[in-house]
Design a protein around this ligand. Structure first.
Ligand code: SF4
Ligand code: SF4
Length: 150
């Protein structure tokens, strides 16, 4: 099973490029929040729950911090440009292309989980005992449900 690892750099930053954001609106298309690092089965069950939701991802950055990401574009985005530029929040003002996800050096994810399969693949490699518990738990639940429906 492949580990859900993202490439570190999508593009090399060129300081002479006058419009490094051309054709990109990546950083305006999601909201991410740091979450507690999961340690036990209950914590990973919660991550599993996040990941069965549409357009919700979880990632681990290069400092091993965990984040939840909601893939929902900013309401002020107009044709890949900020339609609110003079009024945009400070967080948007502080974000620099040199350190963004497109150019690769800013906040490269170590792992990106787009769904529960990515999480289980990660756990099978990194936390095999916990993975075995999760596998057993959900297979048992599935078996019980099927029996109840029969
Ligand atoms: S800062 Fe980076 S991610 Fe955001 S629009 Fe520009 S190139 Fe894209
Ligand atoms: S306010 Fe503008 S810069 Fe900030 S996320 Fe929305 S579109 Fe992007």
């Amino acid at each position: 099973m492949p580990e859900p690892i993202l490439p570190k750099a999508l593009k090399k930053f060129d300081p002479k490029d006058e419009n490094p954001c051309a054709g990109c609106s990546n950083c305006c298309e999601y909201v991410s929040l740091e979450i507690d690092r999961p340690t036990d089965l209950t914590d990973f069950d919660q991550i599993f729950w996040y990941l069965v939701h549409k357009d919700v991802w979880v990632y681990i950055d290069d400092e091993k911090d965990w984040y939840i990401q909601f893939n929902t574009p900013c309401d002020k985005l107009v044709e890949q440009r900020c339609g609110f530029y003079p009024h945009r929040p400070q967080l948007c003002r502080d974000y620099e292309p040199e350190t963004c996800v497109r150019y690769g050096d800013g906040d490269p994810e170590e792992y990106l989980f787009k769904n529960e399969t990515d999480l289980f693949n990660y756990l099978s490699k990194k936390r095999p005992k916990l993975y075995a518990k999760m596998k057993k738990k959900y297979e048992l639940q599935k078996a019980k449900k099927e029996k109840a429906l029969a």
